[in-house]
Write a protein of this length. Structure first.
Length: 326
């Protein structure tokens, strides 16, 4: 089969190489999956750079989220068992972690309903307790993680403020996703704009996959008894919060590492999946897939996500032929 492999640590576009390799052999409790679609996630780039908390042995195949097909023809969602990741024609995954793919979504959309939407659901509902009528602020609202949070926030009945960076294209995407207010951090004063939009009250819940300056802005616009959910640090800067400041407005800073629930509380992961299937079935959420590329385009796709120039999700489709996106 064909698979992308990383033999040394570095930028994805430089260290990912496409090779002919043997199909992986499932271990105990694992299954072999034909990859129908693999979504590109920021952790894929971090793994190539050697900066992710999970460091698979070299060489490894990136790709942490797929829609695949079992040998008996079932369409499923899975997190491949590294080092045999999803940017390949076949991958392996733990049988216990397979989730049914939603009928309402195509392969690329279905694959995108997994990590990003699970993270959003756990962040907004399990950690922050978002309620209807509250105001939700989402940083990087046009990106893969942020776009899921925007849709889930709207589905929960919240007023959603989206912060984007990168001009009119990303702002347009955020509006299309359902943001009630869109703020371009490169052209507007985020703090002033949020205060204006909320009448000076601030946001009840803030969803932050960016860190750095975004976190500093969050502390200045969080409402009394608000909740800041820390999802990641796409900016590359990990903030050191002044915890005495949390006393000023009684706000909470909540960490979220979704992957831990797979071992600590897998029943809750399944419950979340059932909620997402129901939302997808009635059209309340629908992953935004901005690009669909063939397997040969995976390295470039991972690099674009790493560079922060994409919107929504980028999907790799191994079955796409002749270098054309399906």
């Amino acid at each position: 089969m064909q698979a992308w492999q990383v033999h040394e640590i570095g930028e994805p576009g430089e260290v990912m190489s496409l090779a002919d390799v043997e199909r992986p052999t499932p271990g105990e409790g694992q299954v072999l999956l034909k990859v129908r679609a693999a979504n590109v996630n920021f952790p894929d780039a971090l793994m190539c750079r050697g900066q992710y908390q999970v460091r698979p042995p070299l060489p490894f195949t990136p790709g942490v989220e797929i829609c695949g097909e079992t040998e008996d023809g079932r369409r499923v969602l899975a997190n491949p068992a590294l080092p045999y990741g999803g940017f390949a024609e076949y991958a392996v995954a733990d049988a216990a972690g397979l989730r049914s793919a939603p009928d309402a979504l195509d392969d690329a959309e279905a694959a995108a309903l997994h990590i990003g939407y699970q993270t959003g659901w756990f962040g907004l509902h399990r950690r922050a307790g978002l309620e209807a009528g509250e105001t939700l602020l989402v940083h990087a609202a046009a990106g893969g993680v942020g776009s899921a949070a925007v849709q889930l926030g709207k589905a929960a009945g919240a007023t959603v403020i989206g912060v984007v960076g990168g001009g009119g294209a990303k702002a347009a995407v955020a509006r299309e996703l359902g943001c009630d207010v869109v703020i371009d951090r490169r052209e507007q004063d985020v703090i002033a704009a949020v205060k204006e939009a909320t009448g000076g009250r601030g946001a009840d819940v803030i969803y932050d996959p960016v860190g750095g300056e975004a976190y500093a802005q969050s502390t200045k616009v969080v409402a009394f008894e608000g909740r800041i959910v820390i999802v990641g640090f796409a900016s590359g800067a990990i903030p050191s919060p002044a915890l005495n400041h949390a006393l000023v407005k009684n706000y909470s800073v909540l960490g979220l590492h979704w992957g831990l629930y797979n071992t600590r509380n897998p029943k809750l992961v399944q419950h979340c999946h059932e909620q997402l299937l129901e939302l997808a079935a009635r059209g309340a959420v629908k992953p935004l897939v901005s690009e669909r590329v063939p397997l040969s385009g995976a390295a470039g796709a991972v690099q674009r996500v790493a560079d922060g120039v994409t919107t929504g999700r980028v999907a790799v489709l191994p079955a796409a032929e002749n270098g054309a996106a399906a």
